[in-house]
Design a protein. Structure first.
Length: 170
């Protein structure tokens, strides 16, 4: 099956909102009360927020498509993580999610590389990632790509506060 990566455009905002909700639900939905998950979706994954992620200068979203259907995405932009050494000129991989049925086929790695290439299009710079503390697979993946844990913070999903690790490379 053919998988293609392309940069999202404004017309993809509603597709990205739906994909964001579904990939997050598949990965982490079991961790939250339904009302907290719904509140998080309405805020973080609204069409308006996705449109901003796509169209704000310095930000980009890359879609992984299978036969024209979005099955994964990566969102990047200036670093916004709460770390004393992070500056806006640094780049951040803000999200990298794939639907469950396309994971473990190397597609996440390709999407990851497309996102990092875009972040470094003007030359090397420090790169940051926030990752859920219990997402050990993602932590191993990022470590293989040179990212090291340099901090932590709490990420709100409704009333729940998840422990997130801050990773940095460069």
């Amino acid at each position: 099956m053919s998988m293609k990566i392309r940069k999202a455009t404004a017309t993809d905002a509603s597709t990205l909102a739906a994909l964001s909700r579904e990939t997050f639900r598949q990965a982490f939905g079991h961790l939250y009360p339904p009302e907290d998950l719904q509140a998080f979706f309405e805020d973080a994954y609204s069409v308006a927020r996705q449109l901003a992620a796509i169209t704000t200068p310095g930000h980009a979203v890359f879609l992984l498509e299978r036969e024209g259907e979005a099955v994964g995405y990566a969102a990047v932009g200036p670093c916004g993580l709460p770390h004393p050494e992070a500056v806006e000129a640094d780049g951040e991989l803000k999200r990298l999610y794939l639907l469950r049925d396309v994971q473990n086929g190397g597609h996440g790695g390709r999407l990851f590389q497309a996102a990092l290439d875009w972040l470094q299009r003007d030359g090397p710079r420090r790169l940051w990632i926030g990752v859920y503390s219990d997402n050990h697979g993602a932590q191993r993946f990022y470590a293989r790509h040179g990212f090291e844990r340099v901090g932590e913070y709490h990420f709100p999903v409704g009333r729940v506060r998840d422990l997130e690790f801050i990773l940095r490379r460069g």
